[in-house]
Design a protein around this ligand. Structure first.
Ligand code: HEC
Length: 146
């Protein structure tokens, strides 16, 4: 292969790689990662589900570790998306736990496997306790409370 030929191949390869990266970030929703949790992990139940103190403890952990990116009220900040979005609120506790354990490092979400498991479940309890964002479905009128 001549030098010019390889140069063209190199340029084409680079162009294709760039195009792929671009379309991948467009196609995948920011929350796409949650749906990648393996079935077994997604099915895990929150062992602190019935613990009334888990939400408050999770709230403190959130303020300390997560608010800087996801915002004080978890509805999104400069660096991280809202955790009140339907995608997060509808995710199983197991998927959220899996996500905290593994992070989405290449997209700026750190790994939290250093936090002890009970603390990760407390964070899951806290996230699940949040009021979902009403603007996630603008067509649904806010229903009055019964
Ligand atoms: C350094 C900034 C940063 C910190 C700190 C951080 N996050 Fe994130 N988080 C992100 C970003 C960026 C994303 C979006 C990742 C993506 O594109 O998939 C994200 C996504 C998420 C998601 C949605 C899952 C998804 O697929 O995007 C959850 C749930 C979440 N974070 C919870 C937490 C919790 C709980 C903490 C605290 C223990 C935390 N995050 C701390 C930046 C951060």
């Amino acid at each position: 292969m001549t030098l010019r030929c390889s140069a063209i191949v190199l340029v084409l390869t680079l162009a294709m790689a760039t195009a792929q990266t671009n379309s991948a970030s467009k196609d995948n929703s920011i929350y796409g990662e949650l749906s990648k949790a393996p079935a077994k992990a997604a099915a895990r139940r929150n062992p602190l589900e019935a613990d009334p103190e888990a939400v408050a403890a999770g709230g403190k952990l959130f303020a300390r570790h997560c608010a800087e990116c996801h915002g004080d009220t978890a509805d999104g900040g400069k660096k991280g998306p809202s955790l009140r979005a339907a995608e997060v609120q509808q995710a199983t506790p197991g998927s959220l736990f899996w996500l905290l354990t593994n992070g989405v490092v290449r997209r700026g979400m750190p790994v939290w496997s250093k936090l002890p498991e009970p603390q990760r479940w407390q964070l899951v309890s806290f996230i699940k306790s949040l009021t979902p964002a009403s603007q996630s479905d603008p067509n649904v009128e806010k229903a009055p409370h019964p």
